[in-house]
Design a protein around this ligand. Structure first.
Ligand SMILES: [Zn+2]
Length: 300
């Protein structure tokens, strides 16, 4: 049967929905505000599904895939702090309203699958999310690497600095405590809609605290890239998330840190890390597209 898959990337402020044809092309896309709380999240998803399926025309919907922050087991989402959701049986709730099978996946893992679908590679691809938190998704030969319990890729909670800040997870000096947007904004402690952009501006002007925080950010991001390179050896490392959306400005300082930290190591230089990094373009549909492909066979 020919039908469309719906994929949604449910973010703290926006929900991005796509309708995807059997061949993988995007037939329709809609971005809308996300409402918070259990009821708000489900209502936002159902409204987005209805809108995007109307735009896709008369083709029937065969499945819905949802990428969402937090921990997931394919059906339930837990600890989606940015959405005010503690535990929600999301697949059950959306299936009851929409009448088609629903799969739920962590948003970073879904984005990795989507980045692979947009530009397939044989072997491993990693997507490193530099956002409010730090995490990676790994796709191997077109399939998500979830690990035994879904924790594969949660590299933001690898401690790299015993003298670093305490992390929300309870450890000290995690990559996320150094380089995560939420942690940076808390340490910068200035009001404003774009605290990380603000601190990068201040660092350019020589502000001492901003310079320290920028150094922590690049140190953490570079550590995450080295970790991915050595644990997974991906052909491509795609930088995504709110901090990566700052574009070349972030990519350039992270690449410079990788060069600096590799200077004394012929081994690290031989990995050509800088050549494997790319930034997911702003506005890319990767996360929603990947959500539509959860559990679907993906061409390599
Ligand atoms: Zn941590």
């Amino acid at each position: 049967m020919t039908g469309v898959r719906i994929g949604l990337d449910v973010g703290g402020s926006k929900t991005d929905a796509v309708a995807v044809a059997a061949g993988g092309s995007i037939l329709a896309r809609r971005r809308s505000a996300t409402e918070r709380g259990d009821v708000g999240v489900v209502d936002s998803i159902v409204a987005a599904v209805e809108a995007v399926s109307t735009r896709a025309g008369s083709l029937s919907i065969t499945s819905i895939g949802i990428g969402i922050p937090g921990q997931t087991d394919g059906r339930t989402v837990r600890h989606a702090v940015n959405l005010d959701v503690r535990e929600l049986r999301l697949a059950d709730a959306v299936e009851a309203r929409c009448g088609v099978p629903v799969a739920v996946e962590n948003d970073v893992k879904a984005a990795a699958l989507g980045a692979h679908a947009l530009a397939p590679v044989a072997g491993p691809l990693a997507l490193l999310n530099l956002g409010t938190g730090i995490a990676a998704g790994v796709v191997v030969d077109g399939r998500l690497w979830r690990g035994a319990g879904g924790a594969a890729g949660e590299i933001g909670h690898v401690p790299i600095d015993p003298a670093g800040p305490v992390c929300a997870c309870g450890q000290t000096g995690c990559i996320e405590a150094l380089a995560g947007g939420r942690a940076l904004a808390a340490r910068w402690a200035r009001p404003g809609a774009f605290p990380v952009r603000d601190l990068l501006d201040a660092a350019d002007e020589g502000h001492p605290l901003a310079l320290r925080l920028r150094a922590d950010f690049v140190r953490g991001a570079a550590a995450a890239i080295r970790l991915l390179a050595l644990a997974v050896d991906p052909r491509r490392i795609v930088l995504a998330g709110g901090l990566a959306a700052l574009g070349d400005r972030v990519a350039d300082i992270v690449s410079e840190e990788l060069r600096r930290s590799s200077a004394a190591s012929g081994f690290l230089r031989s990995l050509h890390l800088g050549e494997r990094i790319e930034v997911l373009p702003a506005g890319s549909p990767a996360a929603a597209l990947g959500a539509s492909l959860i559990d679907a066979p993906v061409p390599v």
